[in-house]
Design a protein around this ligand. Sequence first.
Ligand SMILES: [Cu+2]
Length: 183
Amino acid sequence: MKKLVLAGVVLGATTASLLGTPALADHQGGSHGGAHANHAMHSSSARAPSSVKGSDHLRVDDCWIRLLPKVAPSGGFFVLNNEDKSEPVVLKGIQTDAFGMSMLHETTEKNGMSAMEMVPDVTIEPGQSLPFKPGSYHAMLEKPKADLKAGQQITVHFELGTGKKIPVQCTLKSPSARKFSDQ
Ligand SMILES: [Cu+2]
């Protein structure tokens, strides 16, 4: 996998405009720092989207969202289980009415520094599970629409390579939450 590493907002914004994705430019603007320690440094993925459709047999467990103040993006976490024994499941993205924008990200360690990149999709191998958790894969949700509060449940649609959208109930949690069992 080829990764194009970009440090800082200036390079990130340049890449975003080259790619013609205003949403990414917006994401990498002023709102994506500070409170979210995973996002001290940004990078963009050069990986092409998967052309595999895969199966519909995704089960999502323990879905929660760390609700941050409106100026900062909120992280989404869950466990993806591929219940198909022979085919992969490809997650293309998530979508919810509660937030105006959602993306899939991956945080990695590079030279002792935390770096983040957008991923076009995520593949779960047959019979396997893949956790989205702080410091690893995560979803990033911006532009909260309603007056959201910790403790609420929202519906998030998980969109697969087949085109199927699976609705999942996700719990909003406080900024101090680090795992599903936290408040
Ligand atoms: Cu992120």
